[in-house]
Design a protein around this ligand. Structure first.
Ligand SMILES: [Zn+2]
Length: 349
């Protein structure tokens, strides 16, 4: 590990976009499969399984998403979900994360009879245990899948836990052909029930998908949102002129939960240097740095911060600013978030 990585590993970090079913430990997947008599795993050794999950050459969002069939298969009991949530909190804390929002689709874990409520309850239980053990502040986001029809039921279940650690509602899954405003009822239930709204958009589809999420659904944050650059003129790696929509996203300080490695795995950019994160940051967009799927993208917050710092020449101060703005964009208790921000700023001198 070089000096940059060492200081980044130790620095406090915040993650707003991390999927529970995209971040399991390979050894845990093997143990959970054994416990639940699931025999469909493609490998039976942790290293080989990790290599199988690393979808570095998936090439499209649709093929990348197929790997989740295997993690979802073992997240079908309360004990398994609680353990995965606990270990996510532990692993993020070890990675220097002090504030986390981790998401999961409760409907994915109902194959063996669990209710959506039981799934959310088990997830919160795991987060609470991780928080007690490490001090990490960790909240849950309930995700519905945009190609399914039960989003309103997911939102209703999530609202029941809005006072117990579920802070937002999300729409994920294949983007093309599944506009977020097909789920207006769910978005309304979630926001009326007091939840934050962060929707995946502008990940593989263009700015119109983000516009629908913001203008029609009322999203407060956007998962990814990197395709907002399609509404801007770019020259020599800089956004020279913003279109009306891109300008609004920047001027309204819409938080974009960017995950560089995940985008490289699924999108058109060959290397990190080609990714629009640097241009968006320099043009003043409110971008955060996220893992998305630690297992499938073989990444961590330290790795993502290091990648952004080294590729786009970000200083420690730039990274601290990104962390503080991410916590400001969080949906968790403000008193707790303000304390974390004050501690980071005090460290800064
Ligand atoms: Zn995501």
């Amino acid at each position: 590990m070089d000096c940059t990585s060492e200081s980044i590993a130790a620095a406090p970090k915040a993650v707003l976009h991390d999927h529970l079913d995209g971040g399991l430990r390979p050894s845990t997947i093997l143990e959970l499969a054994d416990e639940q008599c699931y025999t469909g795993l493609p490998e039976d050794e942790p290293d080989a399984l990790a290599a199988w999950f690393h979808q570095g050459d998936a090439g499209s969002l649709e093929s990348y998403l197929r790997a989740f069939d295997q993690t979802v298969a073992v997240l079908q009991t309360e004990a398994a979900i609680s353990r995965a949530a606990f270990e996510a909190g532990i692993d993020l804390a070890r990675d220097g994360v002090v504030y986390a929002e981790v998401r999961h689709g409760p409907s994915l874990s109902t194959r063996r009879g669990l209710t959506r409520e039981a799934v959310l309850e088990a997830m919160i239980d795991g987060f609470d245990r991780a928080r007690r053990d490490t001090g990490i502040v960790i909240y849950g986001i309930a995700t519905a899948l945009r190609h399914e029809t039960d989003s309103a039921d997911v939102a209703r279940a999530a609202v029941r836990y809005s006072h117990r650690g579920i802070v937002a509602f999300d729409l994920a899954g294949p983007e093309s052909g599944f506009p977020p405003d097909s789920h207006l009822e769910a978005c309304k239930i979630a926001t009326e029930g007091g939840l934050g709204l962060t929707l995946h958009a502008g990940e593989s589809d263009g700015p119109h998908s983000m516009w629908r999420a913001l203008a029609l659904c009322g999203a407060q944050r956007i998962g990814h949102g990197v395709h907002v650059v399609d509404d801007a003129e770019e020259r020599d790696g800089e956004l020279t002129e913003l279109g009306a929509f891109a300008r609004r996203v920047r001027d309204h300080r819409i938080p974009l939960e960017v995950a560089i490695t995940s985008n490289l795995d699924t999108g058109p950019w060959a290397t990190a240097a080609d990714h629009p994160f640097g241009a968006l940051y320099r043009a003043g967009f409110n971008v955060s740095i996220n893992t998305d799927n630690r297992l499938m993208s073989a990444t961590s917050m330290t790795r993502e911060y290091t990648l952004a710092a080294e590729t786009f020449g970000l200083s420690d101060q730039d990274l601290r600013g990104i962390t503080v703005r991410a916590i400001e964009a969080g949906f968790g208790d403000w008193d707790v978030r303000r304390e974390i921000i004050e501690a980071i700023e005090a460290e800064d001198g």
